[in-house]
Design a protein around this ligand. Structure first.
Ligand code: CUA
Length: 196
């Protein structure tokens, strides 16, 4: 057995070989490049979007979202309210085991402030088929300025394992192609299926 008193067998005290020095230098340099990429992609690539974070009690967030739904509901889809908020407003999406509520109907090219939070455990907001990916954390209101750039019928897929029904946790965001200039919650003529 090796103790601290006797020197270990081997050649560990010999100087490092030149090739090993080269590899360590290369690896260290690459570490620095990868480290620099994180702020670079944030500033240049639009990755890791800057949100507005506030602490929020789940109950308080739910109340805000319910108020939002009451104000702008235009219909229903499979038991979930369909909400068409005015351009520029604060919009709410509630995650809970195992659904997203409400269904949001947004206008292409209009800006909204999307508030995301969870009532129970961590969920993941993943907008399919686009590459948008945001953690939804209970106790935090994550506000994100969004401008839908494509019209379509999108799915919000939960990408954070949240229990037995995680795989069924799918929500819906509809982006309608409508002149934003017309604006306002009353420009609902092009809303097939709208309940108003
Ligand atoms: Cu919510 Cu997985």
């Amino acid at each position: 057995m090796h103790t601290g008193i006797e020197s270990p067998k081997g050649v560990w005290w010999k100087p490092v070989h030149r090739s090993e020095k080269i590899w360590i230098t290369l690896a260290f340099g690459w570490c620095l490049v990868l480290f620099a990429m994180m702020p670079f992609w944030h500033l240049k690539g639009g990755q890791n979007a800057s949100g507005i974070r506030h602490r929020v009690e789940p109950q308080a967030f739910l109340e805000r979202a319910e108020e939002f739904i009451r104000a702008y509901q235009v219909g229903e889809d499979a038991g979930f309210p369909v909400v068409e908020p005015p351009v520029g407003s604060d919009i709410y999406l509630v995650a809970r085991m195992w659904n997203w509520s409400p269904v949001l109907r947004l206008k292409r090219g209009a800006q909204y402030t999307l508030h995301l939070s969870s009532l129970d455990v961590n969920h993941g907001f993943s907008l399919f088929p686009l590459n948008v990916n945001i953690q939804v954390v209970p106790g935090y209101d994550y506000g994100l300025r969004v401008t839908p750039s494509e019209a379509g019928d999108f799915r919000v897929v939960c990408n954070e394992f949240c229990g037995v029904n995680h795989h069924n946790m799918v929500g819906r965001v509809i982006v309608i192609d409508e002149a934003v200039a017309a604006g306002g919650p009353d420009s609902g003529a092009a809303n097939p299926g709208g309940g108003r």
